[in-house]
Design a protein around this ligand. Structure first.
Ligand code: MUC
Ligand code: MG
Length: 366
């Protein structure tokens, strides 16, 4: 079975709760739905989130690279030739989430063709992921109210606090209010999206040392190598690489150079093929990972669940799988649900991303 065409469909869905964080903000999901068409009529689907402040991609750049470069370069390739596809796509630098979506859509075709859930094909470790919810910038008491609501309504007890603000006391206070309000059983960690310097990050770690934060993600700019290395060496909690380690090479580099000792794996930017390589590398080096989010829609989230549940090393921690709840609507024909803080893999052939075509027609940008 061969690829005949790759289609990129731009759409926009508003957010009910816009998210603000140190590197940017989102008020609408102006994403791109990618469809891989084949000569046997099977179509694979994946979602692509443009994040100019992280990967330099925009909705238009994703459409252009998918339709003008990847579609002609990958057409004619056998659907199982995933590593060849990666090699071809890697001739074009960057464009991280566009590459990730093409890979996931190809896996979706493979699962549909073999009549198997992709999570089983990838590793089949378990049937669900525990959910972590990401809290954007807000006053501390509002954050606590939101977290308590998420716990009450969805059973979520793991929260990532967006940090990186100035003065740093804003985030230190938010961390303290969350810990005191949620109690010792809640799992809490912070993500500063490079908002602080290494010294500010060290000061935050010092002042939050009694709060049981499990790790700190991307505190400062990892390119400021010595500052980051000093931070990692001296921190009593792990320092995680997210946007400093978007692919296999950078993930290996950050671990080997002491820029991080924990890794976020995001299917939106790594697809399943490269994410599997990052996972193997991390496991072999004794590095823990977690499934991060790219403020994913339900289409993106089910891809993360598919990957995360497939492996012991990714499913042992909560994955960031619930920010679609901040959106006004979504495209999945059968909406996701979170019960007792868990999302289950879909027991259907492929990834489980059947699209509601009426909704797509409604939200697509013509
Ligand atoms: C994160 O972990 O940094 C921020 C932007 C985005 O797309 O995802 C995030 C979450
Ligand atoms: Mg992050």
């Amino acid at each position: 079975m061969k690829i005949t065409r790759i289609e990129a469909i731009p759409y926009s869905i508003p957010y009910v709760h816009p998210l603000h964080f140190a590197s940017g903000s989102v008020a609408e999901a102006d994403h791109v739905l990618v469809r891989v068409h084949t000569d046997e009529g099977i179509v694979g689907v994946a979602d692509t989130p443009p994040r100019p402040y992280t990967y330099g991609e925009t909705q238009k750049s994703i459409m252009a690279v998918v339709e003008d470069i990847f579609s002609p370069q990958l057409s004619g390739l056998d659907i199982f030739a995933r590593d060849r596809m990666q090699t071809v796509m890697d001739r074009t630098v960057h464009n991280q989430t566009a590459k990730g979506a093409v890979d996931i859509a190809v896996w979706d075709v493979i699962g549909k063709y073999l009549n198997q859930p992709v999570s089983s094909l990838l590793g089949g470790y378990t049937d669900h992921m525990t959910v972590s919810h990401m809290l954007g910038f807000k006053p501390a008491q509002e954050l606590l109210q939101m977290a308590l609501e998420f716990r009450e309504k969805h059973g979520i007890n793991t929260f990532k606090l967006k940090t990186g603000r100035h003065p740093i006391t804003l985030d230190i206070e938010a961390a303290r209010v969350l810990r005191e309000g949620l109690g010792p059983e809640a799992h809490l960690y912070m993500d500063a999206n490079r908002g602080w310097s290494a010294n500010e990050s060290a000061e935050v770690l010092r002042q939050t040392a009694d709060l049981g934060m499990e790790f700190l993600e991307e505190p400062d700019d990892a390119r400021e190598v010595l500052g980051r290395r000093r931070l990692v060496t001296n921190s009593s909690i792990p320092i995680a690489a997210d946007e400093s380690a978007p692919d296999l090479g950078t993930a290996a580099r950050e671990i080997l150079t002491g820029g991080a000792n924990f890794l976020a794996i995001k299917t939106a930017r790594s697809g399943f093929t490269e994410a599997t390589k990052i996972l193997g590398m991390a496991q072999g080096m004794g590095i823990d990972v977690y499934v991060g989010n790219q403020i994913d829609t339900q289409v993106g989230t089910i891809a993360s669940v598919t990957f995360g549940a497939a492996f012991a090393h990714t499913s042992k921690r909560a994955g960031e799988l619930s920010n679609y709840l901040d959106m006004a609507d979504d495209l999945l024909a059968e909406p996701l649900s979170i019960e007792d803080g868990k999302i289950f893999v879909r027991d259907v052939p492929g990834v489980g991303t059947a699209i509601d075509e009426d909704k797509l027609a409604h939200y697509r940008n013509h």
